[in-house]
Design a protein around this ligand. Structure first.
Ligand SMILES: C[S@@+](CC[C@H](N)C(=O)[O-])C[C@H]1O[C@@H](n2cnc3c(N)ncnc32)[C@H](O)[C@@H]1O
Length: 339
């Protein structure tokens, strides 16, 4: 994909709802399934999908303008034009506009309160109210809807943990997922770690959500909940592995540092600390756009995407050793308390 000029990008953004219509149609009709393996000619696509070649040609120009297609036009006959979608387009479209879209879920938050009023918001004259959004969530309804949003977006984390499961859990007995949402990750890792018990540490109002996860779990006897506030007291001991997944980026640096120090104090010698979140890259900052926008109006949520190296440096400064960045859709930063 080539980088677009600001002028070109702004044209696309201005007509963003039409672009989403194009992508949704390409996904729902099955065009993306045909385009991604490609190359496929306009003639074949039109015949296969019962579409008119000239109309489809313009539709595919729309997709190409978004940077999603490679095109070869060898003759004057548009029917000979062949196309191939960039790798991963189908999955990306499903994640964005498909039935389990995280964007649709994000769109249910009341961002309209700020829309058109960013100037006032930036000056501090307008803010989201506690009913609109509070961090951490206050009401039962906010807790449930926030944790549901979190679970929807957990895919990249689960994939990374799966990729490194053998290495992470071998010899480990007890895992604490600190700020572990409704327990989806804790439950998930149990499938690839038969000897492991996993507890979720979270604020007391999240208990019923973790209990629901436990009831639906294939390993209910190995999944538990520990209520607590990680700023109010030390982290519980008795765990030889702990994780912060999408937790540390919620807090200002001194607070994130304090949490990592608390994990160090609570872990036994040889204990493992795992940190996973959308470490800052241009791509991830773009995927985070909704929260960056919405949280302009909420000072309690810091929303600070940091590079993975920020955390490797923090772990080393805290005393962890054997620090590595393991690859995955989102990388996993690991460190060990010296034995
Ligand atoms: C952004 S969510 C991430 C949830 C989960 N780890 C995930 O990635 O899906 C942050 C989590 O931290 C929890 N949390 C916030 N403040 C907390 C506190 N003071 N003590 C314990 N947990 C807290 C929230 O309830 C929430 O589950």
């Amino acid at each position: 994909m080539t980088e677009l000029s600001p002028r070109a990008l702004l044209s696309l953004l201005f007509h963003g709802s039409k672009a989403v219509d194009v992508v949704t149609t390409a996904l729902e009709t099955g065009l993306l399934d045909a385009l991604e393996p490609g190359p496929v000619s306009l003639r074949d696509l039109a015949a296969r999908f019962g579409m008119q070649p000239l109309r489809l040609y313009k539709f595919l120009d729309c997709l190409e303008s978004l940077g999603f297609l490679e095109r070869d036009e060898p003759t004057d006959d548009i029917n000979d034009t062949s196309y191939r979608a960039v790798p991963g387009l189908r999955d990306a479209a499903a994640a964005t506009v498909g039935p389990a879209s995280i964007e649709r879920d994000r769109d249910t938050y009341p961002w309209q309160r700020l829309h058109g009023h960013l100037d006032d918001t930036l000056r501090g004259d307008l803010s989201l109210t506690e009913d609109d959004f509070s961090w951490p969530p206050k009401t039962e309804e906010q807790t449930e809807s926030f944790e549901r949003s979190m679970t929807v977006g957990l895919g990249p984390v689960l994939e990374t943990f799966d990729r490194h499961a053998d290495r992470l859990w071998s010899g480990r007995r007890r895992f604490l997922d600190v700020g572990g949402g409704a327990g989806r990750l804790a439950d998930h890792v149990l499938s690839s770690a038969p000897g492991l018990h996993a507890d979720v540490f979270n604020l007391p109002p999240v208990a019923p959500l973790v209990e629901e996860t436990r009831k639906n779990s294939a390993h209910p006897d190995r999944l538990g909940f520990v209520p607590g506030d990680f700023f109010a007291s030390p982290l519980p001991t008795g765990y030889d592995a702990m994780s912060f997944v999408r937790v540390l980026h919620d807090w200002p640096t001194p607070d994130s540092r304090r949490l990592v120090e608390k994990a160090y104090d609570a872990l036994p010698p040889g204990g493992l600390l795992l940190i996973c979140e959308e470490f800052r890259t241009p791509d991830r900052l773009a995927v985070q756009f909704f929260w960056s926008y919405f949280l302009i109006g909420a000072d309690s949520a810091v929303s600070r995407l940091r590079e993975a190296t920020f955390y490797t440096t923090l772990l080393a400064a805290t005393g962890f050793t054997g620090i590595e960045i393991l690859p995955g859709p989102w990388e996993l930063v690991v460190g060990h308390k010296p034995a």
